[in-house]
Design a protein around this ligand. Structure first.
Ligand code: NOJ
Length: 724
């Protein structure tokens, strides 16, 4: 349909019909046979309101979805189709590693491939839109939702958010088969809740918001993301869903977003609990004035907008602009011509967990693993060594993260499965303890489990100890003040280490954890996050050296929770602390180091790489120039491997305090033993910009230092001067 026709359609719609388009209902209201029999009354909706809602949240499968769509369109006065949306966060039936892990790949093309596979599977199941990517910058490991972000760095997040949007949406328009629309969230700064507690207040300076938090959302907008979701939090004490400034002035006017804005679940109504709206009616007014087009799961819009317009409080033009954006999205997806889009029950079945998607999931999982420590005990030697596989994660198949409601343990590969699939027959395994404290066992059971594990550890050449936090201990509403492993697991760890010195910990988590003791005592530590459907196969690949780990931390592992938020791009202080120098009045802790245990960008390999000195194409750069910063990277070890070469820039002086360094480029390269490659990064003036003392987005003349290496702590640098 052409745009003019959409305007004609809008003109034909009654006010009530228009308001209906602005309501999103959950799929739970549609039960068998596409008949509305769900918990209609409990949420204060009438059956009629639900019947007329413009979009549905949730996946019901191709067949049922087609029935719902057909029945809906028959009754809809203008035969306007529904749009079906769901949270396809890290895969659909084939579950990929959690986004935080995907961040560790530093591999946008692979991340795009994963998103494209998720789009194909979910499009065949009839879905039109995913509530992904989450572009929220995260720096506080207590916050459970760090697992849904790609990490602590604005630049990396921007690259990966773009890759995800392009993976879901493609580059040929949303009508393309196997593509779904993307929704970037949660606008804005949801990733910075005070004290790491979910839904808590966000306090950010305008400059930090603009320099650090907005760029990843901007990357999504630039990539053509179809929808933006508001956040639950307040920013400058204004809830996002009612913030005209945020949604209209910043998102639409400054950032150039022209698509649909949807509230987060219940967020419009929550403005009453925030205390900025005295009732749902006022909440509806604030949200529509802010430019929020769809009300997810509350009755604020459907019960109040019509009255607000009829009483002249809200202009109908606000409703019209919102509905036009919604109709345009439906049209962009081609739903007027083909309301079922790619829904196809047989294709849904064929694509779900198909070999190709599983392969991508395995490859991606391998690249997300970060080898944090290795005293030479990895890789394992399959033929010669007797290996004990111990821990609550050995046979656990729930290794796909908190948001993967379409994944299933039945189709997931555990570590034990992975080892078996490699033909490692003599697996000696013991659970050792439960995943969470207590775990429904008696004290006797626990002792027995522990005893068996220790006996096994004694008899083995090496131990693979699979530990970690429960998958539901990260994700939404899963903040934790203590980010260590449960006591039972730590006891198991200590006891096993007492009887065997060769312990390799495989660590599952949805966030960076405090693993101080583990990193000291274990001979090797491999962080595998929540690796998804193919997790066990990928872990076996890495443990046996069939694949070489290449992941780099996308979020620092704190030394202890007392450091958080801790991230590499900290700001300079007037009293800097120099590691190892005893001084009193400096910015430091008395009891713990300033540095994280493992910094952003860090990760080992089974080989070693030497990064040569930084060579700049010039020592001076004017604004129209581009500089080349080059290094030679050599594989100095005995096996092939991939290295993530990272470029950081330090702005030595600024009109406002600048971060100690910022990532401005990365390149993942593969090198055979002895091979060397030249890596060249282009430095453009735009990469040096920030919000200056006057809040202008500019670069300032002066000295810049360029660091290139394989972690955010590299000291390998050279300087240039920016001057016109
Ligand atoms: C609430 C979450 O904050 C958001 O990320 C999600 O997309 C919606 N619920 C819909 O499930």
């Amino acid at each position: 349909m052409v745009q003019e026709k959409l305007i004609d359609l809008l003109k034909e719609m009654s006010l009530e019909e228009k308001v209906d388009q602005m309501l999103q209902m959950s799929g739970m209201f549609y039960e068998d046979e596409g008949v509305l029999t769900g918990p209609v009354n409990t949420a204060g909706f009438t059956e009629e309101e639900i019947r007329q809602a413009g979009s549905v949240l949730g996946s019901v499968g191709a067949e049922k979805l087609m029935t719902i769509q057909r029945e809906y369109m028959e009754k809809q006065p203008h035969h306007i189709p529904l749009i079906f949306m769901a949270d396809i966060i890290n895969g659909f039936r084939t579950v990929f590693p959690i986004p935080l892990a995907q961040g560790c790949t530093f591999h946008p093309a692979l991340v795009e491939e994963g998103a494209a596979a998720a789009a194909r599977e979910s499009a065949a199941a009839g879905l039109h839109l995913t509530f992904s990517p989450m572009a929220d910058l995260v720096r506080d490991a207590r916050w459970g939702r760090v697992m849904e972000s790609t990490g602590e760095d604005a630049w990396l997040n921007g690259c990966l958010v773009r890759a995800m949007v392009e993976g879901y949406q493609g580059r040929e328009g949303l009508r393309e088969k196997g593509r779904i629309a993307a929704c970037v969230k949660h606008f804005a700064a949801y990733g910075a809740p005070t004290a790491g507690r979910d839904y808590n207040t966000v306090e950010l300076s305008e400059r930090t918001l603009r320099d650090d938090y907005l760029p990843a959302y901007q990357a999504a907008v630039d990539a053509g993301v179809a929808v933006v979701m508001t956040s639950f939090n307040t920013l400058d004490r204004i809830p996002s869903s009612g913030s005209r400034r945020l949604m209209r002035e910043i998102l639409r006017d400054e950032m150039g977003f022209g698509g649909v804005v949807i509230s987060d679940w219940g967020a419009i109504e929550e403005m009453c609990r925030h205390g900025v709206a005295k009732d749902n009616r006022e909440a509806a007014r604030l949200a529509v004035e802010a430019g929020v087009d769809i009300d997810m799961m509350t009755n604020c819009y459907c019960k109040n907008l019509r009255g607000l317009v009829e009483e002249g409080i809200v202009s109908e033009s606000l409703i019209d602009e919102a509905v036009l954006r919604i109709l345009k999205l439906k049209n962009d997806l081609g739903l007027f011509e083909n309301p079922y889009k790619d829904a196809d029950a047989s294709e849904e079945k064929a694509l779900a967990l198909c070999q190709e998607h599983r392969q991508t999931a395995r490859k991606m999982a391998v690249e997300t693993f970060v080898l944090l420590k290795n005293d030479g005990i990895l890789p394992l030697k399959k033929e010669q060594e007797k290996i004990a596989l111990i821990g609550p994660y050995v046979s656990n198949k729930e290794i796909y993260g908190a948001w993967s409601m379409f994944g299933s343990p039945d189709t997931t590969v555990s570590i034990a499965d992975g080892l078996r699939n490699k033909g490692y027959e003599k697996i000696l395994s013991a659970q050792g303890c439960g995943l969470s404290e207590g775990f429904g066992q008696t004290a006797e059971d626990s002792e027995k489990l522990l005893r068996e594990a220790v006996e096994l550890a004694k008899s083995a050449d090496k131990v693979v100890l699979a530990l970690g936090e429960h998958r539901l201990h990260s994700g939404e509403a899963a903040s934790r003040a203590d980010i260590t492993l449960p006591a039972d697991q730590m006891e198991l760890f200590r006891k096993v280490c007492e009887v065997n010195q060769k312990v390799a910990v495989v660590l599952f988590s949805g966030r960076p954890l405090d693993i101080r003791e583990i990193s000291e005592k274990a001979a090797a530590v491999l962080a595998v996050w929540m690796p998804g459907t193919e997790g066990g196969n990928a872990i076996a690949d890495v443990l046996f050296g069939d694949a070489n780990p290449s992941g780099k931390l996308s979020m620092s592992f704190p030394y202890s929770v007392g450091q958080v938020p801790v991230f590499y791009g900290q700001f300079r202080t007037g009293r800097p602390y120099t590691e190892g120098v005893e001084e009193k009045y400096v910015s430091r802790y008395l009891d713990i180091p300033n540095k994280p245990l493992f910094p952003f960008g860090y990760g080992l390999s089974y080989t070693t790489f030497a990064v040569g000195p930084v060579r700049l194409s010039a020592q001076r750069m004017c604004r129209t120039d581009r500089l080349c910063a080059a290094v030679t990277v050599k594989n100095t070890g005995a096996v092939s491997g991939q290295e993530v070469v990272q470029m950081y820039i330090e702005d030595v002086h600024g009109s406002v305090v600048r971060p100690v360094r910022e990532l401005r480029g990365f390149s993942k390269i593969e090198l055979a033993p002895g091979e060397e490659k030249e890596v060249c990064f282009e430095i453009a003036e735009t990469m040096l910009r920030f919000h200056d003392i006057h809040m202008n987005y500019v670069s300032e003349d002066g000295e810049f230092r360029v660091y290139i290496g394989n972690s955010s702590e590299t000291a390998n640098g050279a300087s240039f001067v920016l001057a016109d």
